[in-house]
Design a protein around this ligand. Structure first.
Ligand code: NAP
Length: 328
């Protein structure tokens, strides 16, 4: 495979709306010894990309230039120390930047093979959500078979992944979403109960259904107190975003009496070694779920790389269910 000198990346020219996004040509940097160059087939769009475009979420030091946190494609070049990956392999990768590109540079530790059962392009929308759900629901919160997982934002990219991974692990899954149609998608993906939070009080419904042992929350605000109320004794509540705000009022007496654990994390800023540790766990447990069809990418819409502004308009609308993809 001949590797080109240049690649196209997407940058936000100034903080702002989708129209600030521009395709720019850059020389492909020399690969580090632990890096892999991927000829991209598709890359996923994630909510943090909107925050970065608007100037609220600067990339961590050393991140590749340009937007984008994930991609899938064929291995086009390998750093000197990379082992276990070959030229031409079908791979997907979690990256800390530069994912919207025809040639993406990834750390080898965060590169995973794409199972045969998954279309290479569809895999472009998997790494960010799979790593996030694995890190928070399984690695941190320790969801186990027979427990109940409550997933807020069940129709989002993270939510659709969390529902399927929860079911694959043998948990009971309850999801919340903002319309009957979005609840139907959650049930189709395996949720035992899907609650339209605009029409019903999720706290009462979850308590009625027996409470939750693990809660994955991206909403925050008044959800935090409600989560505390509907968590079972020994419950673990993990916050990954605060769409309704992070300053909250809640009765922490219940945290003490129910021995709850409240925690949270971000993925992008974690050290490479930490991402490699998560990748090894995902390889062992989640890739077989993809191979067996227990987990599949849920794609909302696909756009060409040059139409990245339209793709971000879709992101900004909040109407998407599952992932938006950029196709190369
Ligand atoms: N911490 C981390 O490591 C990490 C990593 C990746 C992503 N994230 C965060 O995780 C969240 C999900 O990301 P995503 O890209 O999959 O999806 P997304 O498009 O941001 O989805 C957010 C979901 O939240 C729901 N929602 C929004 N506002 C709400 C409100 N006021 N009340 C209740 N529900 C509300 C929406 O569901 P309905 O339309 O059905 O209401 C929507 O599906 C984002 O906020 C993202 O920044 C965090």
């Amino acid at each position: 495979m001949n590797t080109p000198k240049n690649h196209q990346i997407i940058i936000a020219q100034t903080p702002g709306g989708p129209d600030v996004l521009a395709v720019e040509t850059r020389e492909i940097p020399t690969l580090g010894p632990d890096e892999v160059l991927i000829q991209t087939r598709a890359c996923g769009i994630n909510r943090p990309d909107q925050f970065e475009r608007m100037g609220f979420y600067p990339p961590p030091a050393g991140a590749p230039e340009g937007l984008g946190l994930e991609a899938a494609g064929l291995v086009a070049a390998l750093g000197a120390d990379v082992k276990g990956i070959s030229l031409g392999d079908r791979v997907m990768a979690l990256v800390s930047g530069g994912g919207y590109s025809d040639y993406v540079i990834a750390k080898a530790g965060a590169v995973l093979p794409v199972p045969e059962a998954v279309e290479l392009a569809d895999a472009g929308g998997l790494p960010e959500t799979v790593f996030t759900v694995w890190a928070n629901v399984f690695d941190t919160a320790g969801l186990s078979r027979g427990e109940t997982l409550l997933v807020h934002g069940g129709a989002s990219g993270i939510g659709t992944t969390a529902i399927q991974m929860g079911k694959a692990a043998g948990a009971k899954v309850i999801a919340t979403a903002g319309s009957d149609e979005r609840c139907a998608l959650c049930r189709e993906l395996g949720a035992d109960l899907a609650i339209n939070y605009r029409e019903a009080d999720f706290e009462a419904e979850v308590l009625e259904a027996g409470g939750a042992d693990v809660i994955l929350d991206m909403v925050g605000g008044d959800y935090v107190a409600k989560n505390i109320n509907c968590a079972n004794t020994g419950g673990r509540i993990v916050s990954i975003a605060f769409l309704k705000g992070s300053l909250i009022e809640a009765d922490f007496m219940r945290v003490m009496l129910k021995q709850l654990v409240l925690t949270g994390s971000t993925l992008r800023s974690r050290p490479d070694a930490e991402k490699a540790r998560l990748a090894a766990q995902i390889r062992e447990t989640v890739l077989p779920w993809l191979e067996e069809g227990k987990l599949r990418p849920i794609i909302d819409q696909r756009f060409e790389l040059a139409d990245v502004a339209k793709a971000h308009e879709r992101l900004d609308s909040g109407a998407q269910a599952g992932k938006i993809l950029l196709m190369i």
